[in-house]
Design a protein around this ligand. Structure first.
Ligand code: HEM
Length: 466
């Protein structure tokens, strides 16, 4: 019997979902939540049977299911309750590109429905035009090559992760070349405390949730806010699709993964925020106690202060964890003069503005790379899961972030100052908190796409059948 994908809020214990969770790779419905990450981008070299045998064995030995992940979370919770600790160990995932499927002898067109870009690939001129991406010659060398697969490895212990990555690379010798490799930053490092990205803003606050217990927890944490405006609970259909390369009667599901390496120019961003601040007039204490003009200007760019407090909730500035996520623009800021329409989180999730938002939600799994406070290149290894790259990531990037005219509510709000690409011109900024008086100011270009690809996270049923 097929799993109901349109139900909001599922229970791990529900027997109807267990076979699906047993065959779904971990890290899709819930983040792996490990501190260290390695990404290995592969180009297959050997004949398809040898590569298939490797994937089959690796997925049996290393790849955990969503159910394994849930059991580990429960074991950790139980250990914590007894003042003990529990090591969930390594998380490993295998993702394939359309080209990877073709190399292994599968017709990638079977994944084409609502995912034409997956089949065409991120390097195709059609996709690059749609997303306003830079020419492939400007991408990092490794990503200019054709990619067949990505292996994600994550662990709380960096030493164990390095050893695991070394073992994977050694076992791939003669089968696949590692054409690019990425190291995710230590998320617990005090320089990036609590999951802040390189510009210093808390990330990963707003996510769709699929399990009722995740929402219960969020609600408990936000008890004073009662979660009356915003419910993160979403149906599985926004993230899962049936794996077409398995028996339709089996419980095998997968998800489309968008990967983009996004370089961040931290000094340039900070200088531009300071420049924007000089164009605004901040009345002391008008936003909240002790907000500087620069903090306010930065919040106008992102839509949240650095600690995660949403600009529309600035009057209840809580400075606590978790940052509040219970807000809606329709009620709290219909004219966009508190949180501007172009602010990153308002562009990418225009809550309650009359557009069909839920079917656009992406499940983000990004992780920063590059040492903070050094001259080294740094940025975000942006990753998100969805059931349709056309309707979700591509739509958000192209029709919302890159579009100066979205939302069509107040003239031309301008592009998303963080991630918008391909269009020039001023955004419209409220001169003061809540003011209808606007200032025109062009803010763009501090995030640069260095390469990327569309992947599919196959079911374990598929990987273990190879
Ligand atoms: C280096 C690149 C990026 C940076 C620094 C960045 C930063 C942030 C920050 C600080 C937040 C607030 C935390 C939160 O609400 O969870 C956020 C939220 C979000 N970002 Fe990004 N982001 C980047 C790229 C992207 C891209 C490429 C997309 C998709 C096209 C995207 C989509 C979103 C979405 C959907 C949210 C949640 C909005 C909400 O639900 O209210 N981000 N981002």
């Amino acid at each position: 019997m097929a799993v109901q994908l349109n139900v909001k809020g599922i229970d791990h214990q529900d027997a109807a979902y267990q076979p699906m969770l047993e065959n779904l790779q971990a890290n899709i419905l819930k983040s792996h939540a490990r501190n260290f990450v390695r990404l290995l981008f592969l180009q297959f070299q050997a004949d398809d049977d040898a590569v298939k045998a490797w994937i089959n064995q690796f997925s049996r030995d290393r790849v955990k299911s969503a159910l394994d992940q849930q059991r580990a979370i429960e074991a950790r919770r139980a250990a914590k309750a007894n003042n003990g600790s529990f090591d969930g160990g390594l998380i490993a995932n295998v993702y394939l590109t359309a080209e990877g499927y073709e190399d292994l002898g599968f017709d990638a067109d079977r994944l084409k429905e609502k995912n034409r870009s997956f089949v065409d690939g991120m390097k195709s001129s059609r996709v690059r035009r749609e997303l306003s991406d830079p020419p492939v010659e400007k991408w990092q060398a490794g990503y200019q090559k054709n990619l067949d697969a990505m292996i994600l490895l994550a662990d709380d212990d960096e030493g164990k992760l390095t050893a695991a990555a070394g073992a994977v690379k050694a076992s791939l010798h003669g089968l696949a070349a590692v054409v690019a490799e990425e190291k995710g930053l230590d998320l617990k490092d005090p320089i990036v405390p609590g999951g802040h990205e390189h510009f210093g803003y808390k990330d990963g606050i707003s996510q769709p949730r699929f399990f009722t217990d995740d929402v219960d927890k969020t609600q408990k944490d936000n008890i004073d806010l009662n979660m009356t405006q915003w419910n993160p609970l979403q149906p599985l259909e926004i993230v899962l699709v049936k794996d077409p390369f398995t028996d339709p009667n089996d419980h095998n599901y997968g998800s489309f993964l968008v990967y983009r390496k996004l370089e961040q120019d931290v000094d340039g961003f900070n200088a531009k925020v300071a420049e924007l601040a000089t164009h605004l007039t901040l009345t002391p204490n008008q936003v909240a106690n002790s907000v500087t003009a620069e903090e306010y200007a930065g919040a106008l760019v992102v839509g949240r202060f650095k600690d995660g407090t949403p600009l529309v909730n600035a009057d209840i500035r809580l400075r606590r964890s978790p940052a509040p996520n219970d807000f809606d623009y329709k009620e709290m800021d219909p004219k966009g003069n508190i949180c501007p329409f172009h602010a990153h989180i308002r562009k990418t999730n225009p809550r309650g503005q009359g557009v069909l938002v839920p079917e656009r939600f992406i499940t983000r799994r990004a992780i920063p790379y590059g040492e903070p406070k050094t001259a080294d290149e740094k940025g975000l290894l942006f990753m998100c899961f969805q059931s349709s790259v056309e309707k979700q990531f591509n739509f958000i990037q192209n029709t919302w972030s890159n579009a100066p005219g979205f939302p069509p509510l107040r003239g031309n709000p301008g592009i998303d100052p963080l991630t918008g690409q391909g269009h020039e011109g001023d955004q419209r900024w409220p001169r003061r908190y809540g003011s209808e008086e606007e200032v025109g100011f062009d803010f763009a270009g501090f995030i640069r796409m260095k390469g990327g690809e569309y992947f599919f996270a196959p079911s374990l049923g598929f990987l273990r059948s190879l």
